[in-house]
Design a protein around this ligand. Structure first.
Ligand code: CP
Length: 309
């Protein structure tokens, strides 16, 4: 049996290097299949999605991925139009959706929400973002992008810049990178450093350095992973306004980077990467978003087929 069959995807910590490499191989396979072959993979299967927070890429890439492998999706993209408005609990909403779907994708404001959902759901649950905690499929997509664009992950110098306190993609990426031999530089304002309650978990997996100065590292990096300052998670808007614009990647900064370095961003971007950068050979964030669709199609194909595809 395929090891991912009926598996929940709650945390990237549940995946070792061998698991990740199998998902990458499945993604490569799916990218090379003819559309007619792809459509056989999840023919007749239904994906349910439930989003308590806004999303463009994650929801639509799951939707598009499921359609590309012959399945269909249904769900709630705006809970204000659902019975949660009448007071229905997350547990009941999940139970009902798992009756109508073969797998569920959940984004929720609270840490622990996806783990909780997986305990009440009859069907596999995929975490599409749980509070400030994790976004595991984004990390798989990020690692796949690095591998595709740099042809390897081991041995790379990777800078992660921006809001490292509230950005959940950063946590999943760091846990995922812990499976590889990488040199990680964390760059953020002092008040947006990695949360102290996660330092132990991250340090168990990999070594990193911390700095507030991006220019100190920029000429050495193979990968620059830029993140948005997460306005919606700040308890105090004044504090956000002080930190907004702390780092802006523009053409001037790009001149200091290695010519074959790549710039990634989970998106959405606000002002942290200048649009001028989009046209350069280093900008790979739109390719990253495209790979996300294929990674998610591969994950769904593996989760929903006992013998894989
Ligand atoms: N990267 C990401 O999670 O984007 P969305 O919030 O648009 O889904």
């Amino acid at each position: 049996m395929n090891e991912f069959y009926q598996k929940d995807i709650i945390s990237i910590k549940d995946f070792d290097k061998e698991n990740l490499e199998k998902i990458f191989a499945a993604t490569d396979k799916i990218m090379n299949l003819a559309p007619s072959e792809r459509r056989e993979i999840c023919k007749g299967k239904t994906l349910g999605y439930l989003f308590y927070e806004p999303s463009t890429r994650t929801r639509l890439s799951f939707d598009s991925a499921m359609a590309s492998i012959g399945g269909n999706s249904l769900g709630i993209s705006d809970v204000s139009s659902s019975s949660t408005q009448k007071g229905e609990s997350l547990a009941d909403t999940i139970r009902i959706m798992s009756i109508y779907s073969d797998a569920l994708v959940l984004r929720h404001t609270l840490d622990g929400s996806s783990r909780f959902a997986s305990e009440v759901s009859e069907k596999p649950v995929i975490n599409a973002g749980s509070g400030t905690e994790e976004h595991p499929t984004q990390a798989i997509q990020d690692l796949f992008t690095i591998k595709k664009e740099k042809k390897k992950i081991d041995g790379l110098k990777i800078g992660i810049v921006g809001d490292l306190k509230y950005g959940r993609t950063v946590y999943s990426l760091l846990y995922g990178l812990g499976n590889y031999d990488v040199d990680v530089r964390l760059i953020s304002p002092e008040s947006l450093k990695i949360r102290s309650d996660s330092v132990y978990e991250i340090k168990k997996r990999l070594d990193y350095t911390e700095s507030t100065n991006l220019e100190e590292h920029i000429d050495e990096l193979d990968v620059l992973y830029v993140t948005r300052i997460q306005k919606e998670r700040f308890p105090d808007e004044e504090e956000y306004l002080k930190l907004k614009g702390s780092y802006v990647v523009g053409l001037d900064l790009l001149k200091q980077m290695k010519s074959d370095s790549i710039i990634l961003h989970p998106l959405p971007r606000i002002d942290e990467i200048s649009p001028d950068v989009d046209k350069t050979q280093n900008a790979k964030y739109f390719e990253q978003a495209e790979y996300g669709k294929h990674v998610r199609a591969a994950l769904l194909g593996l989760i929903l087929n006992e013998n894989g595809f």
